[in-house]
Design a binder for this molecule. Structure first.
Ligand code: UD1
Ligand code: MG
Length: 458
C-alpha cells in the first residue's frame, strides 16, 4: 500500500482541516454553538483518521496486525485492526469536544449566569461558585459513554491480538456496558415500558420491567456489537453498514430538532447528545471506508465492529431510543438468528464463513459447509425445509442424505438468491437492503406507532 499521501490528498485534507478550525474558532461567540462545533470536529476527525490510517499501515503490519484478503485472486496481506486507529481518533475527538456542549453552563456556573450581583451576595456566604446550576448529570452521561467506549476498544484490540473464543467474546460488551448502565440507573432510572393499546386491559398503561430492563440493555450491547462482527467478510461491509445505521439514526435525531418540532421538546437534549456521539463517528468511519472499500487496502478488525456496535448501544440507551435502534438493526438481527444453527453448533461452523471466490470467473459464490458425518434426522429435515423455502442451498445425494449446504449468513443467502456477483456489487446490494429496511423501520416507527400506541413521542 502507498503509505504517503498524494499531493491532492494533502491539499484537500489541509483545506478541510483549516476550514473546520476556522468554524471552531467562531463557535465561542454566543452559547458556544455545540452542534456546529461537533460538525467541525467531525471534519477534523475525518482528516486525522484518513492520514493516520495511511501512515500507520506499515507499522501495524510490522507488529503482526495483518490479514489475507480471501476473496481475491492474489491473496496479498494488508494491515488489519485499522479500526483501532479510527476508535482512538474518535475517542480523542469526544474528549476534546467536552467543553463545547457545556460551554453555556460553564459560563453560567462560574459567572453567576450574567447576574453578578446575586453572585456576589451568594459568594460572601457560600463558596462563590454556582456549581449546583451545572448539569452534572449530563456530563456524567457523556463521560460514561466515553468510558464504555474506551472499555470496548481495549477489549476489541485484545481480541484482535489473541483471537478470543466465541463464548468469551459474547461477554465482552457486558463489561463495557457497566459505566453507562450505572449512569442510566442513577440519572434516568426509567425501567417502564409503554404498553401497546391492545394489551392495556391486561398490563395497564405502563409495565415496569424493573431489573430486567438492565438485562435488556446489556443484551442490546451484546447484540449490537457481535451482530456487526458476524455480518462481515467482504470488503467494506463492516464500515459501510455502520455508516448506513449511523446516518439513519442521525435522520431520526434531526426529526426532533427541526424548527417545526415544538421547542423545548422533552427529547431535544437526548437527541442532541446522540448527534454529538454520531457525527464524529461518521467522520472517522468515512475515512476508514475510503481505505476499506473494494479493493480493500486495509481491514478494520474486530476492534471496529465492537466499537461501532457499542457506539450505537450507548447512543440508543443514553439517548433513550433503544427500540428505534432495534428497528435499524433488523438485518443484523436476521443474520444473527439465521446464523444461530452454526453459532450454537447444531451444524458445523467453519472458522470463516465469508463467500467463496471463484478464480475462473472472478465472482463471489456462496461458501459451503460439508457434512462429513450424517446430520441427525430432524436437523437434516429442517435444512431441506429451508431449501424448499429458498432460505438455504442444500445438496443431497440420491438417498436423500444431506451432503452440504451454503453457510448460514445473510451474505451467502444473498448470493443464493441473486447468483454469483462481484464483491463490490454484493456489498452495494446488501447496503441498499440495510438502508431500505432502516427507512421502512423509521417510517413504521413514526407513522404506524399510533396504531398500537396512543402517542408518537415525536
Ligand atoms: C467473523 C465471522 C466469520 C467471517 C469473518 C470475516 C462468524 C461466526 N464469524 O469472524 O465467519 O469469515 O468474521 O470477517 O460469523 N477478511 C477478508 N475480506 C474482508 C474482511 C475480512 O478476507 O473483507 C478476512 C481476512 O483474512 C481477515 C479476516 O477475515 O484477516 C478477519 O476475520 P475476523 O474478524 O478475525 O473473524 P471473526 O470476527 O472471528
Ligand atoms: Mg471480525
Amino acid at each position: 500500500m502507498a503509505t504517503a499521501l498524494g499531493q491532492t490528498e494533502v491539499y484537500s485534507l489541509l483545506a478541510l482541516s483549516l476550514a473546520c478550525l476556522g468554524v471552531l474558532a467562531n463557535t465561542f461567540q454566543g452559547d458556544g454553538e455545540p452542534l456546529i462545533a461537533s460538525i467541525a470536529f467531525s471534519g477534523l476527525a475525518f482528516a486525522c483518521c484518513y492520514a493516520l490510517v495511511r501512515w500507520l499501515g506499515d507499522a501495524f503490519m510490522r507488529r503482526g496486525f495483518k490479514g489475507k484478503d480471501m476473496c481475491k485472486l492474489k491473496q496479498t496481506e494488508i494491515p488489519e485492526t485499522m479500526g483501532a486507529v479510527c476508535a482512538m481518533v474518535y475517542l480523542f475527538t469526544l474528549v476534546i469536544f467536552i467543553p463545547w456542549p457545556f460551554y453555556k453552563d460553564i459560563v453560567a456556573a462560574t459567572s453567576g449566569g450574567g447576574n453578578r450581583d446575586v453572585m456576589r451576595e451568594l459568594g460572601e456566604v457560600e463558596t462563590g461558585r454556582l456549581l449546583h446550576r451545572f448539569p452534572h448529570n449530563k456530563l456524567a452521561s457523556y463521560l460514561s459513554a466515553i468510558l464504555s467506549l474506551q472499555c470496548i476498544v481495549l477489549l476489541g484490540i485484545g481480541d484482535d491480538l489473541f483471537d478470543i473464543r466465541w463464548r468469551h467474546k459474547l461477554l465482552i460488551p457486558v463489561i463495557a456496558a457497566i459505566p453507562m448502565l450505572i449512569v442510566y440507573f442513577v440519572d434516568f432510572g426509567v425501567t417502564q415500558m409503554v404498553v401497546p393499546t391492545p394489551l392495556r386491559p391486561y398490563l395497564g398503561e405502563l409495565f415496569d420491567l424493573g431489573w430486567l430492563y438492565y438485562v435488556y440493555m446489556a443484551l442490546l450491547s451484546i447484540f449490537s456489537t457481535n451482530s456487526i462482527n458476524i455480518f462481515a467478510g467482504i470488503n467494506g461491509i463492516e464500515v459501510a453498514q455502520s455508516l448506513v445505521i449511523a446516518l439513519l439514526i442521525v435522520a431520526n435525531d434531526v426529526l426532533y430538532l427541526t424548527p417545526f418540532t415544538p421547542y423545548p421538546h422533552p427529547a431535544t437534549d437526548s437527541h442532541l447528545f446522540s448527534l454529538y456521539l454520531l457525527l464524529p463517528f461518521i467522520g472517522v468511519s468515512l475515512a476508514l471506508l475510503k481505505h476499506n472499500w473494494y479493493p480493500a487496502k486495509v481491514f478494520v478488525g474486530d476492534t471496529y465492529c465492537y466499537f461501532a456496535g457499542m457506539v450505537f448501544a450507548v447512543d440508543g440507551i443514553l439517548g433513550h431510543f433503544s427500540k428505534t435502534l432495534i428497528l435499524l438493526l433488523l438485518p443484523q438481527g436476521f443474520n444473527f438468528i439465521y446464523s444461530a444453527p452454526q453459532l450454537f453448533h447444531l451444524v458445523p461452523c467453519p472458522r470463516h464463513r465469508l463467500p467463496h471466490f471463484n478464480a475462473r470467473t472472478g465472482l463471489l459464490e456462496c461458501s459451503r459447509v460439508e457434512f462429513e458425518r450424517p446430520l441427525a434426522q430432524p436437523i437434516a429435515e429442517g435444512l431441506k425445509l429451508l431449501h424448499r423455502l429458498r432460505l438455504l442451498d442444500v445438496e443431497t445425494n440420491e438417498k436423500g442424505q444431506v451432503l452440504s449446504s451454503s453457510n448460514f449468513t445473510l451474505i451467502n443467502l444473498w448470493l443464493v438468491w441473486f447468483g454469483p456477483m462481484r464483491e463490490d456489487r454484493l456489498a452495494l446490494g446488501l447496503l441498499a437492503f440495510q438502508a431500505g429496511v432502516g427507512l421502512l423501520g423509521l417510517f413504521v416507527r413514526h407513522r404506524m406507532a399510533l396504531l398500537i400506541f396512543t402517542a408518537d413521542n415525536w
